[in-house]
Design a protein. Structure first.
Length: 156
Protein backbone atom coordinates (compact mmCIF):
# COMPACT_ATOMS: atom_id res chain seq x y z
CA UNK A 1 0.00 0.00 0.00
CA UNK A 2 2.90 2.34 0.81
CA UNK A 3 4.38 1.86 -2.68
CA UNK A 4 0.97 2.66 -4.24
CA UNK A 5 0.87 5.94 -2.30
CA UNK A 6 4.45 6.77 -3.38
CA UNK A 7 3.59 5.98 -6.97
CA UNK A 8 0.41 8.09 -6.78
CA UNK A 9 2.35 11.00 -5.22
CA UNK A 10 4.94 10.74 -8.00
CA UNK A 11 2.24 10.78 -10.73
CA UNK A 12 0.48 13.78 -9.14
CA UNK A 13 3.79 15.65 -8.85
CA UNK A 14 4.57 14.88 -12.49
CA UNK A 15 1.15 16.10 -13.61
CA UNK A 16 1.53 19.34 -11.62
CA UNK A 17 4.96 19.94 -13.18
CA UNK A 18 3.53 19.41 -16.68
CA UNK A 19 0.62 21.78 -16.00
CA UNK A 20 3.04 24.43 -14.69
CA UNK A 21 5.29 24.01 -17.73
CA UNK A 22 2.33 24.35 -20.11
CA UNK A 23 1.20 27.50 -18.27
CA UNK A 24 4.66 29.06 -18.59
CA UNK A 25 4.84 28.26 -22.31
CA UNK A 26 1.34 29.63 -22.91
CA UNK A 27 2.14 32.83 -21.03
CA UNK A 28 5.36 33.40 -22.96
CA UNK A 29 3.58 32.75 -26.26
CA UNK A 30 0.91 35.37 -25.56
CA UNK A 31 1.43 38.53 -27.64
CA UNK A 32 2.06 41.58 -25.52
CA UNK A 33 0.66 44.63 -27.35
CA UNK A 34 3.41 46.78 -25.84
CA UNK A 35 6.11 44.62 -27.44
CA UNK A 36 6.89 45.66 -31.01
CA UNK A 37 6.82 42.91 -33.59
CA UNK A 38 9.28 42.55 -36.42
CA UNK A 39 7.65 42.84 -39.81
CA UNK A 40 8.83 40.86 -42.79
CA UNK A 41 10.74 42.81 -45.38
CA UNK A 42 13.60 43.06 -47.82
CA UNK A 43 16.98 43.47 -46.15
CA UNK A 44 19.05 46.49 -47.16
CA UNK A 45 22.01 48.37 -45.65
CA UNK A 46 20.47 51.67 -44.60
CA UNK A 47 22.51 54.89 -44.69
CA UNK A 48 23.48 56.30 -41.28
CA UNK A 49 22.12 59.71 -40.30
CA UNK A 50 22.45 61.90 -37.24
CA UNK A 51 19.26 63.99 -37.47
CA UNK A 52 16.58 61.41 -38.13
CA UNK A 53 13.37 61.16 -36.14
CA UNK A 54 11.67 58.12 -34.68
CA UNK A 55 9.09 56.60 -37.04
CA UNK A 56 7.66 53.64 -35.12
CA UNK A 57 4.69 53.45 -37.53
CA UNK A 58 7.07 52.08 -40.16
CA UNK A 59 7.05 48.80 -38.20
CA UNK A 60 3.26 48.47 -38.28
CA UNK A 61 2.10 45.46 -40.24
CA UNK A 62 -0.07 47.68 -42.48
CA UNK A 63 2.75 50.17 -43.23
CA UNK A 64 3.67 50.39 -46.91
CA UNK A 65 7.44 49.98 -47.24
CA UNK A 66 9.22 50.30 -50.57
CA UNK A 67 12.75 48.88 -50.70
CA UNK A 68 15.54 49.64 -53.16
CA UNK A 69 18.31 47.07 -53.03
CA UNK A 70 21.99 47.59 -53.79
CA UNK A 71 21.53 46.40 -57.39
CA UNK A 72 18.55 48.72 -57.95
CA UNK A 73 15.78 46.13 -57.58
CA UNK A 74 12.58 47.67 -56.23
CA UNK A 75 10.11 45.97 -53.89
CA UNK A 76 6.75 47.13 -52.58
CA UNK A 77 6.46 45.07 -49.44
CA UNK A 78 7.86 41.70 -50.46
CA UNK A 79 6.78 41.98 -54.11
CA UNK A 80 9.44 42.84 -56.67
CA UNK A 81 8.33 45.38 -59.26
CA UNK A 82 9.77 47.44 -62.08
CA UNK A 83 9.85 51.23 -62.42
CA UNK A 84 7.10 51.26 -65.08
CA UNK A 85 4.52 49.55 -62.86
CA UNK A 86 5.66 51.20 -59.63
CA UNK A 87 3.13 54.10 -59.55
CA UNK A 88 0.15 51.74 -59.96
CA UNK A 89 1.53 49.29 -57.40
CA UNK A 90 2.12 52.08 -54.87
CA UNK A 91 -1.41 53.40 -55.45
CA UNK A 92 -2.90 49.94 -54.89
CA UNK A 93 -0.84 49.44 -51.75
CA UNK A 94 -1.82 52.78 -50.26
CA UNK A 95 -5.39 52.58 -51.66
CA UNK A 96 -7.59 55.34 -50.28
CA UNK A 97 -5.81 55.45 -46.94
CA UNK A 98 -4.00 58.64 -46.08
CA UNK A 99 -0.69 57.01 -45.33
CA UNK A 100 2.99 57.58 -45.44
CA UNK A 101 5.13 55.66 -47.90
CA UNK A 102 8.30 54.43 -46.21
CA UNK A 103 11.31 54.04 -48.49
CA UNK A 104 14.33 52.06 -47.41
CA UNK A 105 17.09 52.49 -49.97
CA UNK A 106 20.33 50.57 -49.68
CA UNK A 107 23.18 52.99 -48.94
CA UNK A 108 25.12 51.48 -51.86
CA UNK A 109 22.46 51.88 -54.54
CA UNK A 110 22.86 54.67 -57.06
CA UNK A 111 21.35 58.10 -56.59
CA UNK A 112 19.67 57.53 -59.96
CA UNK A 113 17.71 54.57 -58.56
CA UNK A 114 16.41 56.66 -55.67
CA UNK A 115 15.42 59.51 -58.02
CA UNK A 116 13.57 57.07 -60.32
CA UNK A 117 11.61 55.78 -57.33
CA UNK A 118 10.81 59.30 -56.09
CA UNK A 119 9.69 60.24 -59.61
CA UNK A 120 7.36 57.23 -59.71
CA UNK A 121 6.07 58.10 -56.23
CA UNK A 122 5.31 61.62 -57.41
CA UNK A 123 3.45 60.18 -60.42
CA UNK A 124 1.40 58.11 -57.95
CA UNK A 125 0.44 61.38 -56.18
CA UNK A 126 2.00 60.32 -52.89
CA UNK A 127 2.65 63.35 -50.73
CA UNK A 128 4.18 61.97 -47.52
CA UNK A 129 7.38 59.96 -47.81
CA UNK A 130 9.81 58.90 -45.11
CA UNK A 131 13.30 57.76 -46.04
CA UNK A 132 14.26 55.15 -43.45
CA UNK A 133 17.78 55.41 -42.04
CA UNK A 134 20.14 53.61 -39.69
CA UNK A 135 20.42 55.02 -36.18
CA UNK A 136 23.73 56.71 -35.42
CA UNK A 137 23.72 55.68 -31.77
CA UNK A 138 24.78 52.79 -29.62
CA UNK A 139 22.19 50.06 -29.81
CA UNK A 140 20.49 49.09 -26.61
CA UNK A 141 19.18 45.62 -25.90
CA UNK A 142 15.91 44.73 -27.57
CA UNK A 143 14.17 45.98 -30.67
CA UNK A 144 15.09 49.49 -31.77
CA UNK A 145 12.27 51.41 -33.47
CA UNK A 146 13.04 52.67 -36.97
CA UNK A 147 14.15 56.21 -37.69
CA UNK A 148 13.99 58.25 -40.83
CA UNK A 149 13.86 61.58 -42.61
CA UNK A 150 10.33 62.76 -43.29
CA UNK A 151 9.72 64.44 -46.66
CA UNK A 152 6.87 65.90 -48.61
CA UNK A 153 6.74 65.33 -52.36
CA UNK A 154 5.73 68.54 -54.11
CA UNK A 155 3.83 68.53 -57.38
CA UNK A 156 2.94 71.61 -59.34
Amino acid sequence: MNSKISHLAFVITLILCLVAAIAVVAQSAAVDPATPQLRPGISVKLPVTQNSVAVPDADNLDAVVLAITRDGSVYVGLDRTDFASLPAKVNRSLSSREKVLYIKADARTSYENLIKVLDAVRKANVKDVTLLTQQDETRSAGIVPPKGLELQVVSR
